[in-house]
Write a protein that binds this ligand. Structure first.
Ligand code: ADP
Ligand code: MG
Length: 212
């Protein structure tokens, strides 16, 4: 068992199960007064992963129970370590994000580089769906969230592969959405309130959180 990450919301570990490597999110170690939120976020992740059902580039959901989630391990390095400068990576990443959206899942946390992996063949993969929105209808609000996902991806492209940004992509980067309604449509208000106001803890995991 290897500890991948531990914070006030619980821990992520890498484990071996029947010869298979799996990632376990366990909210059992969360602070007691945060465990309700940690469990809710865990449930959100389970819902999104179940909907994606092992879409290539996303971890398959293996099991879920209250506050505990097992998902497939995807071999790869986080974006801030791998620093993908190859335009193929971003072409495939765009396709992956579109595939997510077609299935009615908006990720909502793509600004963070640690949530993007670069696999050994240089392809993108996504983890950490705990702030995701699942929508069957894909109405206006969902489409706006989907557009924000894409804009966050383009910010990474601007960082690592700026010469390949198209005119359309530059335009999209220059026009952020009106955020307040979008913001309220995700789990972020509660999450941010707890992390920033109550804990005084800027959730800036990884070098890539360039949102502010
Ligand atoms: N399937 C996976 N394959 C490779 N690395 C992973 C995988 N799942 C998680 N990790 C690593 O563990 C870190 C924490 O997992 P994540 O789901 O982002 O948890 P958190 O919600 O606490 O940020 C990730 O940023 C990533 O670096
Ligand atoms: Mg994460």
């Amino acid at each position: 068992m290897k500890l991948l990450k531990s914070d006030l919301f619980g821990q992520m570990t890498l484990e071996q199960e029947q010869g298979q490597q799996i990632v376990v999110r366990d909210t059992g170690t969360a602070r007691w007064w945060l465990s309700w939120l940690a469990r809710r976020l865990c449930r959100r992740e389970a819902r999104a992963l179940a909907r994606l059902d092992g879409l290539p580039g996303t971890p398959r959901l293996l099991a879920v129970e209250t506050g505990l989630l097992r998902r497939e391990w995807i071999e790869g390095r986080p974006m801030q370590v791998a620093r993908p400068r190859n335009s193929d990576y971003f072409r495939l990443a765009r396709r992956l994000v579109a595939a997510l959206h077609r299935r009615g899942v908006a990720h909502n946390d793509l600004a963070k580089e640690p949530n993007w992996l670069v696999t050994p063949i240089g392809a993108p993969a996504l983890v950490d769906f705990q702030l995701s929105t699942v929508s069957a209808r894909r109405g206006r609000l969902f489409r706006a969230l989907a557009r924000e996902d894409l804009r966050h991806l383009l910010k990474h492209k601007r960082m690592y592969c700026p010469e390949r940004l198209t005119a359309r992509e530059r335009h999209m980067l220059a026009t952020p959405a009106m955020t307040s309604r979008l913001w309220m449509a995700t789990a972020k208000p509660v999450y941010r309130f707890v992390t920033r106001r109550l804990l005084g803890w800027a959730d800036r995991e990884g070098a890539g959180d360039r949102r502010f």
